[in-house]
Design a protein around this ligand. Structure first.
Ligand code: MLT
Length: 211
């Protein structure tokens, strides 16, 4: 399979959507397995390790500074990740996954939604920011998310993601056709128990609707 180091845990409940787990800067393929199990206990879990290294820390795309992205690399890496997901789906026999991304992982998930709208069935974006200053792009004239569900959970006191930026991301995804729920939590950049509770409830709702 494509050269993403990854973990895969098969589903224990066929009715639960597969999850694509995307870690933050410095994380790896093991980081979010526990979170995935908490959010959706029966789901298949596909968890790749970002292929970009920043001072030895894995990421999903290059950045020039904190919050300043190498957008050409964002596009290239989103394509690579989309190809990996397509291959993993064939290999493991799973449906289009719902991404659960934290920080840098949430940003690549947002880029995937905008650049490759077919890859994901939906996404939980934890502390995400706008990944591209000028989407849509050359991959597709206008992204068409066709009502795909997206849960965006931001931190009110996040020192990395200004509230104007997460609001802009919510608007961008809505304009592209996603069904966006945006909650701003009394939190910083780190996750809180409220993130887990809200994500779990949201996944339960979308699974019930799909059933
Ligand atoms: C990013 O680089 O994607 C964001 O700055 C979040 C982070 O990884 O710190």
């Amino acid at each position: 399979m494509t050269d993403f180091i990854h973990r895969f845990e098969p589903a224990r409940d066929a009715g639960s959507p597969p999850l694509l787990l995307l870690h933050g800067t410095g994380g790896d393929e093991n980081d979010l397995l526990g979170l995935g199990q908490m959010i959706s206990p029966g789901s298949a879990l596909l968890s790749p390790r970002g292929r970009v290294l920043e001072h030895g820390m894995p990421r999903f795309f290059r950045r020039l500074a904190e919050g300043v992205f190498d957008e050409e690399d964002v596009r290239r890496r989103a394509r690579e990740l989309g190809d990996f997901v397509a291959e993993a789906r064939r290999h493991y026999g799973i449906a289009a996954p719902v991404a659960i991304g934290f920080s840098n992982g949430a940003n690549i998930a947002a880029a995937l939604l905008l650049l490759k709208p077919d890859v994901l069935a939906g996404a939980v974006l934890l502390r995400a920011m706008v990944p591209l200053s000028d989407p849509p792009n050359t991959d597709q004239a206008k992204p068409e998310l066709g009502g795909k569900p997206v849960l965006l959970l931001s931190g009110q006191a996040d020192p990395i993601v200004p509230s104007s930026n997460s609001a802009k991301l919510a608007a961008l995804l809505s304009d592209a056709g996603a069904r966006v729920d945006h909650n701003v939590l009394p939190a910083g950049h780190q996750l809180s128990q409220a993130d887990v509770t809200l994500a779990r409830k949201w996944i339960g709702n979308i699974s019930a609707k799909a059933a």
